[in-house]
Every structure is written in structure tokens, then in C-alpha cells.
Design a protein around this ligand. Structure first.
Ligand SMILES: NC(=O)C1=CN([C@@H]2O[C@H](COP(=O)(O)OP(=O)(O)OC[C@H]3O[C@@H](n4cnc5c(N)ncnc54)[C@H](O)[C@@H]3O)[C@@H](O)[C@H]2O)C=CC1
Ligand SMILES: O=C(O)CCC(=O)C(=O)O
Length: 420
């Protein structure tokens, strides 16, 4: 995620997540021990990774892997390369991965990894040595039946390929099910590249229809133009919605009549940056409050906060990023009647197609892109209505409904196993 800096409105996403988990478990009537087990990852590994840099000196990087809960199956989640990675962030992200798996009935618990580094200032060979060093450092706790990594911010199919190769060498057998988000030729799944975005668009369409609005009538602002944001903009544009604004780390562009999305995608670089080549760029804070029907944050955490929530003009927010809305902003948006489709529901298309990739690797039998997309769409439609119906039934916000639906399978699995 190029240009990403620590958000101005930084809040502790781990303590916020723990508070929401507690409320969800209380509403479901589970005992204290269930909360005690689910409030923190069951296992966290911190590693120090020495990397010989191109100029000959050795730099030592800190990396983490957090495994939230393995009562249901192996754990799963991406690895982030970013200078602002912290242990608390990785822990919170691992809990959110569990919620996604719970909502979508995937046979996994959540995990997340991160390395404190800035890949923008590293050569490809330095990144390769770092990726391989990370796998060597965590190899005891990962594997196709233990914990399955995937791409996240600043990591991509090339980094997955190096990690896969390193793991296979260590274990002395070829092990494609160890990691997902691989290149197609190494056992990647068709559709994984755009899966998160496709899921976001399906969640947007289904929720808008429940609000009496058609996709083709909507004006959408998309914050972030990387893997998720640019694909969301592309799919919406192809389906006839009007994408009135897009942004990246340098700011945003807005046109009430719609933007030429295919041309903008042609212009963007591999780090999701396009604004350096555009005129009329406005700052992010102004961008987020521009007129629109739907806002899709697809960049960083804590972008919608108590300082701007009262100025947002959208009536629907679909969270493509992990953790883009602070709890204070959630409350303000609710009071203003703005519907928020939470991250653990909206962006779970990525881990769902990663699950499809793992299934295909285990079977050695590969699906067409149509099969992948159709299965994803069916699961997304079902999960969106399940969460929105649950929210109505419990008179709660969709986020609380998503936490209740997502956490329950872990509490039940732990009971059956006799852990609580
Ligand atoms: N890639 C995936 O499959 C999944 C990604 N996510 C989440 O989606 C979000 C975006 O991920 P990717 O698209 O993969 O990352 P990316 O690294 O491909 O793109 C990030 C984009 O955000 C922009 N950005 C950075 N700082 C910004 C700022 N202050 N204001 C506006 N834009 C800014 C960057 O310029 C870039 O366009 C992250 O929260 C990630 O965890 C969630 C589920 C799956
Ligand atoms: O594809 C995966 O397994 C994980 C994706 C991920 O890291 C996320 O949903 O935040």
C-alpha cells in the first residue's frame, strides 16, 4: 500500500474489537471462559528476520504471526508488509479473520501475519530474502493443515510464490495448499485477484436493493485504488453504476457525471497510485465528504472517524478495507440513518476464494472462473441476507449481527471439544 501512513485518527483496534466480541458473546449468552479464550489469539509468534541487503549489510526485521482460534480447523489469513504493522494490529486482524470464516462457514479459524518493513524502499531480491526468511522463522507453526497464509497489504502473488517455494523446500515435498493467492501456474485459483472486490460489489448490490435502490442508479465514491479499490470501481462501472470519485494515498478525483474508470486503471501503477498523473486532485478528507449515494472505503483503518462522520453524504457505506470505521463514527453514522455493511461481511470474498484455492489444491482439480465467481456470489448473497436479517431480528447494527453470527461457531466448537 504505497503512501500509506499511520491514520490521523488512530484508535486501538484490538481493544475496540475485544469490546465488540464481549457484547456479541453476552447477547448470545455465553459464559466468561468463552470470552477469555476468544478475546486474544491462542498463539502469537514474534520473529526476528535477518536479511542481507543488496549493499552487503544485514538488516533485522520484526515479524508476527497471530493464530486466533483453531477449534474449527486450521487457521487462515494474509501477511502484511508495512512499516506501521504492530502486534495489536495483527492480533485484531486475526480475530476479524475468524469472524469472516464464521460468517461464511469456512472450515478455518482466523490468523494474520505482518512484517514491519517498507517494501517500497526494498529491491525485489531483498523482498524475496525477507519473504523466505519469514517462512523459515514461522515454519513450525504453519502448514496446509495448520495455518495457511495469503496476500494482504503490500504482498502479492510473487511473494506468495517465494513463500510457497521456501516452505516446500523445508518440508521436502511440493505443498501448494500451504498458501493461497499464488500465481495461476503454481496452483492459484482463477478469480482470486478480483474476489474481494466482486464480493464487495455483491454486498453493495444486495443491501442497496433492500433499501429500494438499483445498482445502475447509484453514484459511488471509492477510497483506495489498489487491488480491492480499482477492481470495485471496474466492476461497478461495468455493471452500470456511476463511479463519481476514486482516490489513493495522494488524494482523490471527483466528477459528478462519472469517471473514465478503464482509462484510470490503465494509468495506475503497481502500488495503486494514479493521482500523480491527474489534475484536479483534492485532499482525502474533502474527497470522503463529496456528494454520493454509496461510499466504499478500500484503503486503510480508521478513515471514517468522529471528525468526519457527520459530513459524509452517502446513505450506504460498504467496508472493503479492514477496520475503516471507528466505533465513535459507527455511532454517528447510525444516528444519521446511514447503513454500514461491516468489513467482516463485505470483504470476505477474498478469504472465500482463498478457501476455494486450498480446496482445488487439495483435490488437484481446478475450476473455471465462472464456477469460482458463481460459487462466491451465491455464498455472498446468502451471507449478506443472513446478517441483515439477524440485525433486524436482534434490533442491532449489522456489525453487531456479523460479530454474533461470526463468533458463535467458535464458541460452539470449543464446547463440543470440551474446552469450555
Ligand atoms: N487484497 C485482498 O484480497 C483483501 C484486502 N482487504 C483489505 O482491503 C484494503 C486494501 O487492500 P488492497 O487493495 O489489497 O491494498 P493495496 O496495497 O493494493 O492498495 C491500497 C490502496 O489504498 C491507497 N491508500 C493508501 N493510503 C491512503 C489514504 N490515506 N487515503 C486514500 N487512499 C490511500 C493506496 O494508494 C492504494 O491505492 C486493506 O484494508 C486490506 O486489508 C481485505 C480483504 C481482502
Ligand atoms: O485470502 C485470505 O486467506 C486472507 C485474506 C485477508 O487477509 C483478509 O481478508 O483480510
Amino acid at each position: 500500500m504505497v503512501g500509506a501512513t499511520k491514520p490521523a485518527h488512530d484508535t486501538n483496534i484490538l481493544t475496540n474489537t475485544q469490546a465488540t466480541i464481549r457484547e456479541a458473546l453476552d447477547r448470545l449468552g455465553y459464559e466468561e471462559a468463552v470470552y477469555e479464550l476468544l478475546m486474544e489469539p491462542m498463539r502469537v509468534m514474534t520473529v526476528r528476520i535477518p536479511v542481507r541487503m543488496d549493499d552487503g549489510h544485514v538488516e533485522v526485521f520484526t515479524g508476527y504471526r497471530a493464530q486466533h482460534n483453531d477449534a474449527i480447523g486450521p487457521t487462515k489469513g494474509g501477511v502484511r508488509f508495512h512499516p506501521d504493522v504492530t502486534l495489536d494490529e495483527v492480533k485484531a486482524l486475526s480475530i476479524w479473520m475468524s469472524l469472516k470464516c464464521g460468517i461464511f462457514n469456512l472450515p478455518y479459524g482466523g490468523a494474520k501475519g505482518g512484517i514491519v518493513c517498507d517494501p517500497r524502499s526494498m529491491s525485489l531480491s531483498e523482498q524475496e530474502r525477507l519473504a523466505r526468511g519469514y517462512v523459515r522463522a514461522i515454519s513450525q507453526i504453519v502448514g496446509p493443515a495448520k495455518d495457511i497464509p495469503a496476500p494482504d497489504v503490500y504482498t502479492n502473488s510473487q511473494i506468495m510464490a517465494w513463500m510457497y517455494d521456501e516452505y516446500s523446500r523445508i518440508r521436502e515435498f511440493d505443498s501448494p495448499g500451504f498458501i493461497t493467492g499464488k500465481p495461476l501456474v503454481l496452483g492459484g485459483s482463477r478469480g482470486r485477484e478480483s474476489a474481494t472486490a466482486l464480493g464487495v460489489v455483491v454486498a453493495l448490490r444486495e443491501t442497496a436493493e433492500r433499501m429500494g435502490k438499483k445498482l445502475s442508479e447509484l453514484r459511488v465514491l471509492v477510497q483506495g485504488f489498489g487491488n480491492v479499490g480499482s477492481n470495485v470501481a471496474r466492476i461497478l462501472h461495468e455493471l452500470g453504476a456511476t463511479v463519481v470519485g476514486i482516490s489513493d494515498a495522494g488524494g482523490g478525483v471527483y466528477n459528478e457525471n462519472g469517471l473514465p474508470i478503464p482509462e484510470l486503471i490503465e494509468e495506475k501503477d503497481s502500488f495503486g497510485m494514479v493521482t500523480p498523473r491527474l489534475s484536479g486532485v483534492i485532499p482525502t478528507e474533502e474527497f470522503l465528504t463529496k456528494p454520493c449515494d454509496v461510499l466504499v472505503p478500500a484503503a486503510l483503518e480508521n478513515q471514517i472517524h468522529e471528525g468526519n462522520a457527520d459530513k459524509i453524504q452517502a446513505s450506504l457505506i460498504v467496508e472493503a478495507a479492514n477496520g475503516p470505521t471507528t466505533p465513535e463514527a459507527d455511532q454517528i453514522l447510525h444516528e444519521r440513518g446511514i447503513v454500514v455493511v461491516p468489513d467482516v461481511l463485505a470483504n470476505a470474498g477474498g478469504v472465500t476464494v482463498s478457501y476455494f484455492e486450498w480446496v482445488q489444491n487439495n483435490q488437484g482439480f481446478y475450476w473455471t472462473e465462472d464456477e469460482v465467481n458463481q460459487r462466491l456470489e451465491n455464498m455472498m448473497v446468502q451471507s449478506v441476507h443472513n446478517i441483515l436479517d439477524t440485525a433486524e431480528r436482534y434490533d442491532s447494527l449489522p456489525r453487531m449481527a456479523a460479530y454474533m453470527v461470526g463468533i458463535r461457531p467458535f464458541a460452539e466448537a470449543m464446547r463440543w471439544r470440551g474446552w469450555v
